[in-house]
Design a protein around this ligand. Structure first.
Ligand code: COA
Length: 260
Protein backbone atom coordinates (compact mmCIF):
# COMPACT_ATOMS: atom_id res chain seq x y z
CA UNK A 1 0.00 0.00 0.00
CA UNK A 2 1.27 3.52 -0.65
CA UNK A 3 0.82 6.42 1.76
CA UNK A 4 1.28 10.20 1.66
CA UNK A 5 2.36 10.92 5.24
CA UNK A 6 4.13 7.75 6.28
CA UNK A 7 6.39 5.06 4.85
CA UNK A 8 6.11 1.38 5.59
CA UNK A 9 8.97 -0.96 4.73
CA UNK A 10 9.30 -4.67 5.31
CA UNK A 11 12.58 -6.53 5.72
CA UNK A 12 13.53 -9.82 7.43
CA UNK A 13 10.39 -10.12 9.55
CA UNK A 14 10.32 -6.45 10.59
CA UNK A 15 7.86 -3.81 9.37
CA UNK A 16 9.32 -0.35 9.91
CA UNK A 17 6.75 2.43 9.82
CA UNK A 18 8.20 5.94 9.50
CA UNK A 19 6.10 9.04 10.01
CA UNK A 20 7.19 11.31 7.23
CA UNK A 21 6.20 14.96 7.76
CA UNK A 22 9.61 16.29 8.82
CA UNK A 23 8.68 19.90 7.99
CA UNK A 24 5.94 19.69 10.61
CA UNK A 25 8.12 17.67 12.98
CA UNK A 26 5.95 14.65 12.08
CA UNK A 27 2.90 16.14 13.84
CA UNK A 28 -0.10 13.81 13.72
CA UNK A 29 -2.84 15.21 11.54
CA UNK A 30 -6.02 13.29 10.75
CA UNK A 31 -4.67 11.75 7.53
CA UNK A 32 -1.50 10.58 9.24
CA UNK A 33 -3.48 8.93 12.03
CA UNK A 34 -5.65 7.14 9.45
CA UNK A 35 -2.63 6.02 7.44
CA UNK A 36 -0.90 4.79 10.58
CA UNK A 37 -4.00 2.74 11.41
CA UNK A 38 -3.90 1.15 7.98
CA UNK A 39 -0.16 0.47 8.07
CA UNK A 40 -0.30 -1.07 11.56
CA UNK A 41 -3.30 -3.17 10.56
CA UNK A 42 -1.58 -4.37 7.40
CA UNK A 43 1.63 -5.27 9.26
CA UNK A 44 -0.29 -7.01 12.05
CA UNK A 45 -2.24 -9.12 9.53
CA UNK A 46 0.87 -10.07 7.57
CA UNK A 47 1.99 -13.49 8.77
CA UNK A 48 5.63 -12.75 7.92
CA UNK A 49 5.76 -9.58 10.04
CA UNK A 50 7.04 -10.59 13.46
CA UNK A 51 7.86 -7.16 14.90
CA UNK A 52 6.80 -3.61 14.03
CA UNK A 53 9.10 -0.62 14.61
CA UNK A 54 7.65 2.90 14.51
CA UNK A 55 9.86 5.96 14.16
CA UNK A 56 9.89 9.52 12.81
CA UNK A 57 11.72 10.80 9.74
CA UNK A 58 14.56 13.27 10.07
CA UNK A 59 16.90 13.80 12.98
CA UNK A 60 14.77 16.14 15.03
CA UNK A 61 11.45 14.59 15.90
CA UNK A 62 9.70 11.31 16.52
CA UNK A 63 6.37 13.19 16.62
CA UNK A 64 5.94 16.75 17.99
CA UNK A 65 2.32 16.10 18.92
CA UNK A 66 -1.11 16.21 17.44
CA UNK A 67 -1.34 18.76 14.63
CA UNK A 68 -2.37 21.88 16.54
CA UNK A 69 -3.51 23.66 13.37
CA UNK A 70 -6.27 21.06 12.89
CA UNK A 71 -8.02 21.46 16.23
CA UNK A 72 -7.49 25.14 17.06
CA UNK A 73 -11.14 25.99 16.25
CA UNK A 74 -12.80 22.86 17.66
CA UNK A 75 -15.79 22.99 20.04
CA UNK A 76 -16.53 20.66 22.98
CA UNK A 77 -18.05 17.90 20.83
CA UNK A 78 -15.32 18.10 18.21
CA UNK A 79 -12.68 17.82 20.94
CA UNK A 80 -14.30 14.74 22.50
CA UNK A 81 -14.69 13.09 19.11
CA UNK A 82 -11.08 13.80 18.19
CA UNK A 83 -9.83 12.01 21.31
CA UNK A 84 -12.31 9.13 21.02
CA UNK A 85 -11.61 8.45 17.36
CA UNK A 86 -7.83 8.75 17.76
CA UNK A 87 -7.76 6.44 20.76
CA UNK A 88 -9.87 3.88 18.91
CA UNK A 89 -8.06 3.74 15.58
CA UNK A 90 -4.49 4.39 16.66
CA UNK A 91 -3.52 4.45 20.34
CA UNK A 92 -5.65 1.63 21.79
CA UNK A 93 -5.35 -0.14 18.47
CA UNK A 94 -1.55 -0.24 18.65
CA UNK A 95 -1.50 -1.24 22.31
CA UNK A 96 -3.77 -4.21 21.58
CA UNK A 97 -2.00 -5.56 18.49
CA UNK A 98 -0.75 -9.17 18.67
CA UNK A 99 2.47 -8.16 16.97
CA UNK A 100 5.10 -6.51 19.19
CA UNK A 101 5.50 -2.80 18.48
CA UNK A 102 8.72 -0.98 19.42
CA UNK A 103 8.83 2.83 19.40
CA UNK A 104 12.19 4.11 18.19
CA UNK A 105 12.06 7.61 19.68
CA UNK A 106 14.47 9.64 17.53
CA UNK A 107 13.89 13.19 18.81
CA UNK A 108 10.96 15.19 20.16
CA UNK A 109 8.12 12.97 21.39
CA UNK A 110 5.62 15.50 22.65
CA UNK A 111 1.90 15.34 23.36
CA UNK A 112 0.36 12.85 20.92
CA UNK A 113 3.90 11.81 19.98
CA UNK A 114 4.73 10.65 23.49
CA UNK A 115 1.24 9.16 23.70
CA UNK A 116 1.94 7.16 20.55
CA UNK A 117 5.29 5.99 21.93
CA UNK A 118 3.55 5.01 25.19
CA UNK A 119 0.89 3.03 23.33
CA UNK A 120 3.68 0.92 21.81
CA UNK A 121 4.75 -2.17 23.73
CA UNK A 122 8.09 -0.61 24.70
CA UNK A 123 10.37 2.27 23.78
CA UNK A 124 14.00 2.82 22.82
CA UNK A 125 15.32 6.39 22.57
CA UNK A 126 18.23 8.19 20.96
CA UNK A 127 20.34 10.53 23.10
CA UNK A 128 18.76 13.62 21.47
CA UNK A 129 15.20 12.56 22.38
CA UNK A 130 13.04 14.89 24.43
CA UNK A 131 9.74 13.76 25.88
CA UNK A 132 6.83 15.57 27.44
CA UNK A 133 3.09 16.17 27.55
CA UNK A 134 2.84 19.96 26.97
CA UNK A 135 -0.95 20.03 26.47
CA UNK A 136 -1.80 22.18 29.51
CA UNK A 137 0.40 24.92 28.04
CA UNK A 138 -2.19 25.01 25.23
CA UNK A 139 -5.17 24.98 27.57
CA UNK A 140 -6.03 21.35 26.92
CA UNK A 141 -5.07 17.98 28.46
CA UNK A 142 -3.58 14.85 26.90
CA UNK A 143 -6.40 13.13 24.99
CA UNK A 144 -4.76 10.11 23.42
CA UNK A 145 -4.34 8.09 26.60
CA UNK A 146 -1.49 10.13 28.11
CA UNK A 147 -3.13 10.69 31.48
CA UNK A 148 -3.49 6.91 31.85
CA UNK A 149 -0.36 5.47 30.29
CA UNK A 150 2.18 7.98 31.67
CA UNK A 151 1.36 7.16 35.34
CA UNK A 152 1.38 3.44 34.47
CA UNK A 153 4.91 3.79 33.14
CA UNK A 154 6.54 6.36 35.43
CA UNK A 155 4.31 6.49 38.53
CA UNK A 156 1.63 8.96 39.53
CA UNK A 157 3.83 11.65 41.09
CA UNK A 158 6.21 11.93 38.14
CA UNK A 159 3.28 11.90 35.72
CA UNK A 160 1.52 14.65 37.66
CA UNK A 161 4.66 16.79 37.60
CA UNK A 162 5.30 16.21 33.88
CA UNK A 163 1.70 17.02 32.96
CA UNK A 164 1.39 20.04 35.28
CA UNK A 165 4.71 21.64 34.30
CA UNK A 166 4.24 20.77 30.60
CA UNK A 167 8.01 20.30 30.71
CA UNK A 168 10.27 18.00 28.73
CA UNK A 169 12.59 15.32 30.05
CA UNK A 170 15.68 14.17 28.17
CA UNK A 171 16.51 10.61 27.16
CA UNK A 172 18.54 9.79 30.28
CA UNK A 173 15.83 11.07 32.59
CA UNK A 174 13.31 9.01 30.62
CA UNK A 175 15.56 6.00 31.13
CA UNK A 176 15.69 6.67 34.88
CA UNK A 177 11.92 7.03 34.93
CA UNK A 178 11.45 3.70 33.11
CA UNK A 179 9.71 5.48 30.25
CA UNK A 180 12.24 4.09 27.77
CA UNK A 181 14.16 0.83 28.03
CA UNK A 182 17.43 1.85 26.33
CA UNK A 183 19.20 5.02 25.17
CA UNK A 184 21.70 5.00 22.30
CA UNK A 185 23.20 7.43 19.80
CA UNK A 186 20.83 8.31 16.97
CA UNK A 187 22.75 6.27 14.38
CA UNK A 188 22.47 3.21 16.62
CA UNK A 189 18.75 3.58 17.31
CA UNK A 190 17.27 1.51 14.48
CA UNK A 191 20.08 -1.08 14.58
CA UNK A 192 19.42 -1.63 18.31
CA UNK A 193 15.65 -1.90 17.74
CA UNK A 194 16.32 -4.39 14.94
CA UNK A 195 18.64 -6.37 17.20
CA UNK A 196 15.96 -6.58 19.90
CA UNK A 197 13.42 -7.49 17.21
CA UNK A 198 15.73 -10.31 16.14
CA UNK A 199 15.73 -11.71 19.66
CA UNK A 200 11.93 -11.46 19.81
CA UNK A 201 11.58 -13.24 16.48
CA UNK A 202 13.33 -16.37 17.71
CA UNK A 203 10.32 -16.99 19.94
CA UNK A 204 6.76 -18.01 19.24
CA UNK A 205 4.77 -15.09 17.74
CA UNK A 206 1.57 -16.83 18.75
CA UNK A 207 2.66 -17.05 22.39
CA UNK A 208 3.93 -13.46 22.32
CA UNK A 209 0.53 -12.27 21.09
CA UNK A 210 -1.12 -14.01 24.02
CA UNK A 211 1.44 -12.59 26.47
CA UNK A 212 0.67 -9.07 25.21
CA UNK A 213 -3.03 -9.68 25.85
CA UNK A 214 -2.36 -10.95 29.39
CA UNK A 215 0.01 -8.11 30.31
CA UNK A 216 -2.38 -5.49 28.91
CA UNK A 217 -5.24 -6.97 30.95
CA UNK A 218 -3.55 -5.65 34.09
CA UNK A 219 -4.27 -2.12 32.89
CA UNK A 220 -7.87 -2.54 31.78
CA UNK A 221 -10.83 -1.65 33.94
CA UNK A 222 -13.03 -4.57 34.83
CA UNK A 223 -10.49 -7.15 33.66
CA UNK A 224 -8.97 -9.69 35.99
CA UNK A 225 -5.44 -10.00 34.63
CA UNK A 226 -4.83 -13.31 36.40
CA UNK A 227 -7.94 -14.75 34.79
CA UNK A 228 -6.89 -13.52 31.35
CA UNK A 229 -3.45 -15.06 31.94
CA UNK A 230 -5.04 -18.43 32.79
CA UNK A 231 -7.19 -18.29 29.63
CA UNK A 232 -4.32 -17.29 27.37
CA UNK A 233 -1.97 -19.81 29.00
CA UNK A 234 -4.52 -22.56 28.39
CA UNK A 235 -5.00 -21.54 24.76
CA UNK A 236 -1.27 -21.91 24.10
CA UNK A 237 -1.63 -25.67 24.60
CA UNK A 238 -3.84 -25.88 21.51
CA UNK A 239 -1.31 -24.20 19.21
CA UNK A 240 1.16 -25.63 16.69
CA UNK A 241 3.78 -23.29 18.16
CA UNK A 242 3.48 -24.99 21.54
CA UNK A 243 3.88 -28.44 19.97
CA UNK A 244 6.92 -27.28 18.04
CA UNK A 245 8.48 -25.39 20.98
CA UNK A 246 8.24 -28.26 23.44
CA UNK A 247 9.17 -30.94 20.86
CA UNK A 248 12.22 -28.95 19.77
CA UNK A 249 13.33 -28.59 23.38
CA UNK A 250 12.99 -32.31 24.04
CA UNK A 251 14.78 -33.13 20.77
CA UNK A 252 17.55 -30.66 21.73
CA UNK A 253 17.14 -28.58 18.55
CA UNK A 254 16.16 -25.01 17.75
CA UNK A 255 12.41 -24.46 17.42
CA UNK A 256 11.07 -23.57 14.02
CA UNK A 257 7.76 -21.95 14.89
CA UNK A 258 4.98 -22.09 12.28
CA UNK A 259 4.04 -18.57 13.48
CA UNK A 260 0.94 -16.45 13.33
N1 COA B 1 1.31 20.80 15.34
C1 COA B 1 1.41 21.48 14.19
N2 COA B 1 2.58 21.93 13.70
C2 COA B 1 3.68 21.69 14.44
C3 COA B 1 3.65 20.99 15.65
C4 COA B 1 2.39 20.54 16.10
N3 COA B 1 2.26 19.83 17.24
N4 COA B 1 4.90 20.93 16.15
C5 COA B 1 5.69 21.56 15.27
N5 COA B 1 4.96 22.02 14.23
C6 COA B 1 5.44 22.77 13.05
C7 COA B 1 5.72 24.22 13.38
O1 COA B 1 4.53 24.97 13.35
C8 COA B 1 6.68 24.57 12.26
O2 COA B 1 5.93 24.75 11.06
P1 COA B 1 6.25 26.01 10.10
O3 COA B 1 7.69 25.83 9.71
O4 COA B 1 5.29 25.81 8.97
O5 COA B 1 6.02 27.24 10.91
C9 COA B 1 7.48 23.30 12.08
O6 COA B 1 6.70 22.24 12.62
C10 COA B 1 8.81 23.31 12.81
O7 COA B 1 8.59 23.59 14.17
P2 COA B 1 9.29 24.80 14.98
O8 COA B 1 8.40 25.15 16.12
O9 COA B 1 9.70 25.86 14.03
O10 COA B 1 10.61 24.04 15.51
P3 COA B 1 11.46 24.43 16.79
O11 COA B 1 12.71 23.63 16.70
O12 COA B 1 11.57 25.91 16.93
O13 COA B 1 10.60 23.93 18.04
C11 COA B 1 9.21 22.33 19.26
C12 COA B 1 10.37 22.54 18.23
C13 COA B 1 8.90 20.84 19.27
C14 COA B 1 9.69 22.77 20.64
C15 COA B 1 7.99 23.16 18.80
O14 COA B 1 7.73 22.85 17.46
C16 COA B 1 6.73 22.88 19.60
O15 COA B 1 6.61 23.32 20.73
N6 COA B 1 5.76 22.15 19.00
C17 COA B 1 4.49 21.91 19.60
C18 COA B 1 4.61 20.84 20.67
C19 COA B 1 3.27 20.60 21.36
O16 COA B 1 2.76 21.44 22.07
N7 COA B 1 2.72 19.41 21.13
C20 COA B 1 1.50 19.01 21.77
C21 COA B 1 0.33 19.22 20.90
S1 COA B 1 -1.15 18.78 21.72
Amino acid sequence: MSYNNIESNFSSGIATITINRPNKLNALNRDTIQELHEAFDEANNDKDTKVIIITGSGEKAFVAGADISEFADFNVDDGGNLAAQGQKILFDFVENLNTPVIAAVNGFALGGGLELAMACHFRVASTNAKMGLPEVSLGVIPGYGGTQRLPQLVGKGRAMEMVMTAGMIDANEALNYGLVNHVVELNELLPLCEKIAGRIMRNSSVAIGKAIKAINANYKDGKDGYKVEIEQFGKCFGTEDFKEGTTAFLEKRKANFPGK
